[in-house]
Structure formats: C-alpha cells, structure tokens
Write a new protein. Structure first.
Length: 171
C-alpha cells in the first residue's frame, strides 16, 4: 500500500524519476521508453527554437500545482516568461502529454480534468506508438488531430506530427 506523503515533503524532495502528488500520495509517471523520449526531445527542441516567436518559456517535466492537494508534471509545458516559481503556481499556456503504452485513458482523463479545472486552456496529447494526437481546449474537450497538425491558435503555433514523431523502427 502506498505511503502517505505531505505536500511539504513532496515539494522538498527530488524523486528519480519524478512523480506526481495526488491527494497525499505519490503517483508514478510512465516515461523513459525510447519513442516517448524521442518525441519529447523533438517537440521540446521545435518549441524552444521558436520561443522568440511565441514568447513563452518551454519547460520539460515541470512540477505544476494544479490544486491544493495535487501536483502534476507535464512532459512539456509553455509558461509565461515571468513565471519564476520552482513549482509552477499558474496554469501553463500549453500543457503537453506524451503517452506511453502503460497509460490508461481513464488516468489521462483524470489528469486532463485536473489541468482544465486549474485553467489550462491548451492541452496536447500525443501517442508516439500509434502516431495519433488530440488537442483539448475548454470549448472542445479532447479532439482527435485528423489532419496531422497540432495547433494552438492562442500562440499561433502549428506543427506537423511527422516533424516531431520519431520514425518507426524497421523490422
């Protein structure tokens, strides 16, 4: 049975790999597989190379306190340049989740709901194993990306999935 941890203990402890804090308990994040990692790096590089255009800071695995009892960790997020909190206290402008084979849709939906309740307006979910993606906004909820392009109208961002998804291994 998982051991209860205080929010202060979580905030002051480094975990390897980092985990999320949900209602007093640590929740494992599914990461560290090659397709997940390569997608995260490729997208973070693409976004970082355009920071001057979209005028937001790109962060990887940034802790974000989405409620008094929950701290979530997006794979990538874009925050305003003057957000200097070690654990973000304001909603990122874009929150990006790169799915792993172990992720369940119910777990993703819970995290998505936490983000939207916190005020995140743009959420991208990318599955590098199926080459699928979804964009969620408060107006639409999760919507499949049918044309192969992730978009954030608010920041005038648009990226083709083929630019960020690693090529499938040859068998």
């Amino acid at each position: 049975m998982p051991q209860a941890v205080s929010l202060d203990e979580y905030r002051n402890t480094d975990y390897e790999p980092d985990c999320e804090y949900v209602d007093g308990f640590l929740e494992e994040r599914y990461v560290s597989k090659k397709r997940h990692s390569r997608t995260q790096i490729r997208l973070a590089q693409w976004l970082a190379s355009r920071e001057a255009e979209h005028q937001h800071v790109v962060l990887i695995a940034q802790r974000v306190q989405v409620s008094p009892s929950r701290v979530r960790v997006p794979d990538i997020c874009l925050v305003v340049p003057d957000d200097h909190d070690e654990i973000a206290q304001t909603p990122p402008v874009v929150w990006i989740e790169i799915l792993s084979p172990e992720d369940s849709w119910s777990r993703i939906q819970t995290k998505l709901q936490d983000c939207q309740n916190f005020g995140v307006r743009n959420i991208w979910m990318i599955d590098p194993y199926s080459n699928q993606a979804w964009v969620a906004t408060p107006a639409t909820g999760p919507t499949p990306v049918d044309d192969g392009r992730l978009r954030c109208a608010e920041l005038r961002l648009e990226v083709a999935l083929e630019e960020i998804l690693p090529k499938a291994p040859k068998v």
